[in-house]
Ligand binder design. Structure first.
Ligand SMILES: C[S@@+](CC[C@H](N)C(=O)[O-])C[C@H]1O[C@@H](n2cnc3c(N)ncnc32)[C@H](O)[C@@H]1O
Length: 361
């Protein structure tokens, strides 16, 4: 079944800087990839001429979580280039991303990477990474964190749930097909944009072989809140049924599938594919402070910031351009989640994969 396109954002984070304020979990996930990023930067082929070095950050959102990896990349590049070679950093996200917050972070966050007149130039690209976003053969180093799990389109509804992990049968097969197709499309486009000898580091939430992550339990609670909202008339049954996230956590064999036949795909070879656990630090805090409300609030605000705009795109009034409809939906969802998670304190341990790809050259 093909889902009707609404024209509303799919996969975009909550605006006005909300994602920046509540996205500690992806920041911790991306931090697990630091050693891989450092090693990748050391291996990037740099030609001897003094041309700019190009870094691309695919799916940067509002930018706060890009600062640490970009700092690491620039610091390691500087050891090789010296202080004067220009560096471009292209932050790529969908046109409806909150680019105002991103600009604010890049110009005035205390941790910003372009400071003191050093020749580092941040640039913004408002285009889907399922299209070509930079010129052929231009990128030295690509980085993408917690973004490539968002699919190009939602291929199916998920009966009685909004999270594709809980799909079965034909719906499940549709998500698997879409995820395989999108992964190859994402890799082909990046391969086209990369220079010979470039490196691409991608960090994504994943699932361990044969298991699921603790995060799934949190999604079940969110699903129960949506059901409650439908029962009390805050949303209609049709709206609830249309709410499906276009996300898919690929397992290791799915990530490596394009490389399976001869070890290469579109000139890219796998240098590393690492599975790491991402324990829920908020849960660890709760184990010592027993503060149910603090735990519930952090998780509810994270779910709101990441998933609310995609869920709200199923609301008929939001499709008609009613911004207030989205706000009241978001507030009710957050409120219901906090109440529910106080009653059922839930940990959200996750797993992440870091994959490092080298472009032949
Ligand atoms: C969870 S945020 C990750 C942000 C940041 N990289 C981090 O690590 O916290 C996912 C980002 O991917 C972006 N995204 C999803 N699909 C995209 C697409 N097709 N093209 C560009 N960006 C996309 C979303 O708009 C969102 O800003």
């Amino acid at each position: 079944m093909v889902i009707e396109e609404t024209g509303l954002p799919h996969g975009v984070m909550e605006g006005k800087g909300a994602y920046n304020r509540h996205a500690a979990i992806p920041a911790r996930g991306a931090a697990l990839a630091t050693p891989f990023l450092e090693q990748a930067v050391r291996k990037v082929a740099l030609d001897p001429v003094d041309q700019p070095v190009v870094i691309a950050d695919y799916g940067s959102s509002q930018g706060k979580n890009s600062l640490a990896p970009m700092q690491i990349a620039i610091r390691n590049l500087r050891e090789r280039t010296g202080p004067s070679r220009p560096i471009f950093v292209f932050h790529v996200d969908q046109p409806s991303n909150d680019f105002n917050s991103l600009c604010g972070v890049l110009s005035s966050d205390p941790d910003r990477y372009a400071v003191n007149g050093a020749p580092v130039f941040p640039c913004l690209v408002g285009r889907s990474f399922y299209e070509q976003v930079l010129p052929r053969g231009s990128v030295h180093l690509g980085w993408s964190s917690f973004a490539a799990q968002w699919l190009h389109r939602v291929p199916s509804l998920v009966p009685d749930h909004f999270f594709p992990l809980f799909s079965t049968g034909a719906a499940r097969a549709a998500f698997e097909r879409q995820a395989a197709e999108d992964w190859k499309a994402f890799l082909s486009l990046r391969a086209y944009e990369m220079r010979p000898g470039a490196r691409l580091v991608i960090v994504m939430p994943t699932l361990p072989d044969g298991g699921i992550s603790g995060f799934a339990e949190l999604m079940n609670h969110a699903n129960a809140v949506l059901r409650e909202m439908a029962d009390e008339g805050a949303i209609t049954g049709e709206e609830r049924a249309r709410m499906v996230l276009g996300v898919y956590a690929r397992r290791k064999e799915e990530l490596l599938a394009p490389f399976a036949s001869d070890g290469e795909f579109e000139g890219l070879a796998v240098e590393a594919c690492d599975l790491s656990e991402l324990p829920d630090r908020d849960w660890a805090d709760y184990q010592s402070d027993r503060d149910k409300e603090a735990l519930a609030t952090k998780h509810a605000l994270f779910i709101r910031a990441v998933f609310m705009p995609s869920l709200a795109s199923a609301l008929s009034r939001a499709q008609d351009g009613d911004g207030e409809a989205q706000r009241s939906f978001a507030d009710r969802l957050e409120d219901g989640l906090v109440r529910r998670l106080i009653i059922h304190p839930t940990g959200a341990d996750m797993f992440v994969h870091t994959i490092v790809l080298a472009k032949a050259g």
